[in-house]
Write a protein that binds this ligand. Structure first.
Ligand code: PAF
Length: 281
């Protein structure tokens, strides 16, 4: 495995490859089993796997956790090595010293769910992902479904801008009690960790009881009740179409629906989602 610190270096390495299919797994480091499953998927679909590790300042809001975001680089390198990654791209910065002057913007798809409280977040994400695609020029890139809105936005970016890369989603990886793996889980105290598992419990409860609800309001109330009982502060709990991310208004049309949640446990903001179609999860 080779670790490259600059765009020129990784481009030089990749230029010497022949006709191999290259997969990119973009990350902000602090790698966990969720990332390993992305790497494994990338390995199944391509010949060469590049993992990028870059905590992208452009996608953090003023009051978010950029300065304390965990950066366990030595552990991440070991994880990549054990997972059979070919190249790690770990640039110090991806932007000019005096700031970027041209970036991308997301419209409709960013004005809902996480985009409401995280203004500019998805603009920062698509801008950095576009830069990474331009540097690595991968045939495909793998993103986790935990950040489902991000996945849809990146798929839409690739379609709208006619980019030559296949964007592949990978299932959420969960702890045994259901909590979705996330780099931010390490902020949770032991008590908060116990509370946090109730997020997935609420989603499962809703899915199990969906047939017994006569309205979307009743359906959402089930989730809210469970979360409030466990003192979880809900930022949003919505049921949306998986493609458009528009709210579903008819309780009987669940074939392409997904429940989306963002909630605070202590001061840690967590997100999760669950498909309501019968064949999944
Ligand atoms: O999902 C993430 O870790 C980040 O948003 C990404 C896609 C690596 C862009 O910085």
């Amino acid at each position: 495995m080779k670790v490259c610190g600059t765009a020129t270096e990784i481009q030089h390495e990749l230029a010497s490859l022949d006709k191999e299919r290259i997969a990119l797994v973009p990350t902000m480091g602090c790698l966990h089993e969720g990332h390993i499953s992305l790497i494994e998927k990338a390995k199944r679909l391509a010949d060469v796997v590049v993992v990028s590790i870059y905590v992208n300042p452009l996608q953090f809001g003023k009051n978010e956790d950029l300065s304390i975001y965990p950066r366990p680089f030595a552990d991440d390198i070991k994880t990549c090595q054990n997972a059979g990654v070919d190249f790690v791209f770990h640039p110090e910065s991806l932007y000019p010293d005096h700031g970027i002057q041209v970036g991308l913007q997301v419209h409709g798809l960013s004005q809902k769910l996480c985009g409401i409280s995280r203004k500019g977040h998805f603009d920062g994400v698509v801008t950095v992902v576009n830069i990474l695609f331009n540097i690595i020029r991968p045939h495909l890139a793998v993103f986790g479904e935990k950040d489902f809105q991000q996945l849809r936005i990146i798929q839409r970016m690739v379609a709208d801008l006619h980019m030559q890369v296949e964007v592949v989603g990978a299932n959420i990886v969960r702890d045994d009690d259901g909590l979705a793996k996330s780099s931010r889980n390490r902020y949770l105290s032991d008590d908060e960790r116990q509370q946090a598992k109730e997020i997935y419990a609420a989603l499962q409860l809703m899915k199990r009881q969906a047939n017994q609800c006569s309205s979307i309001q009743e359906f959402l109330a089930l989730g809210y009740k469970h979360l409030h009982q466990h003192r979880i502060e809900v930022e949003y709990l919505e049921i949306c179409d998986e493609v458009t991310l528009e709210p579903i208004t008819n309780i009987r049309i669940f074939s392409t629906a997904r429940i989306f949640i963002a909630a605070k446990v202590g001061s840690t903001r967590l997100i999760d989602n669950l498909s309501l179609s019968n064949h999944e999860e």
